[in-house]
Design a protein around this ligand. Structure first.
Ligand code: GUN
Length: 290
């Protein structure tokens, strides 16, 4: 089994970003500035945003965290987004998802100015991605492309199977892997909850991307020998051996895969998650005027 080290790769990218920031400052250019809006007190969201802010410090970006109460209404949240849109110091920002149920999330994402939309969630950026035009791509699929690139994984003509059709991962992943680019040029099959004969399809995958959000859904019998398996799942399961009583695990039953299986796999944690942060920072640097 070959482990694809997302954590190490993320640190390598962050070290490159740190150098790029130092170069900018030497030239008298602005320090990149990422802001994040978080609404409510969802523990998972707080932890993710905390990691993003910490990574900003590491690479030398300015960062701003805007914490808002769960009770904020649509108009109030839209006002906060507009403030960041018009703040010339802020180069890019994100609104951490999920938002409370009474908020229309799509309407909020559409308020973000596309050139500050470093999450790549605005329809303008999603449309640009689908047309192959330059714009911001969502950080998780971009991070996966970067892992394939840095691990020199051959993608041309390969069969990539994507489990999940979300706007954040499955859909942009399908577009990026099928692009006429390197990495890219895959033949892509996108699977979802209504897909029939799923095991048959996954067993034919040279590259298997699991992004369904169900712990250990992908079992060894669903994986082709020598495949590249990318596990996007972040699922919390009970674990009495931990002080917290739980731990994070992926969509792939990695513990059931034999050590002599000759493929590549991303672990959870330490695989795709850290890459998402590295690519968010990369997008923020790209959003900062030269
Ligand atoms: N929630 C889960 N993933 C993400 C992400 O990449 N960006 C934001 N803003 N919220 C998320």
């Amino acid at each position: 089994m070959n482990i694809i080290d997302g954590k190490g790769t993320s640190i390598a990218i962050q070290d490159e970003l740190k150098l790029a920031v130092a170069e900018r400052l030497k030239k008298g250019l602005k320090r990149p500035h990422l802001a994040a809006i978080i609404v409510g007190d969802n523990a998972g969201s707080r932890a993710y945003v905390g990691h993003k802010i910490k990574a900003c410090e590491y690479v030398g970006f300015e960062s701003t965290l805007i914490e808002l109460p769960k009770s904020i209404d649509q108009k109030g949240l839209e006002n906060e987004v507009q403030k960041l849109n018009s703040n010339p110091s802020v180069d890019g920002f994100i609104v951490q998802l999920p938002l409370p149920e009474h908020i229309d999330s799509q309407a909020i994402l559409e308020c973000v100015l596309p050139h500050k939309d470093v999450d790549g969630f605005h329809p303008i950026n999603a449309g640009k991605l689908s047309l192959g035009l330059p714009g911001f791509s969502p950080a998780t699929p971009s991070g996966i492309m970067e892992l394939l690139r840095r691990y020199d994984i051959e993608t041309e003509g390969k069969h990539a199977v994507i489990l999940g059709r979300s706007a954040i991962v499955g859909t942009p992943m399908t577009l990026l892997l099928s692009r006429n680019a390197d990495p890219g040029n895959c033949t892509v099959t996108m699977c979802h909850s209504r897909t029939q004969n799923l095991g048959e399809i996954t067993r034919s995958a040279d590259i298997l991307i699991a992004a369904i959000g169900r712990a250990h859904f992908v079992t060894p019998d669903m994986i082709k020998p020598g495949a590249v398996v990318i596990d996007v799942g972040i699922n919390r399961i009970a674990d009495s051996s931990r002080k917290s009583g739980s731990r994070l695990t992926g969509d792939v039953a990695m513990h059931e895969i034999s050590a002599d299986w000759n493929g590549y796999i991303t672990p959870v944690p330490g695989g795709v998650g850290p890459m998402t942060i590295a690519m968010l920072l990369t997008n923020t640097l790209d959003a900062t005027p030269a």
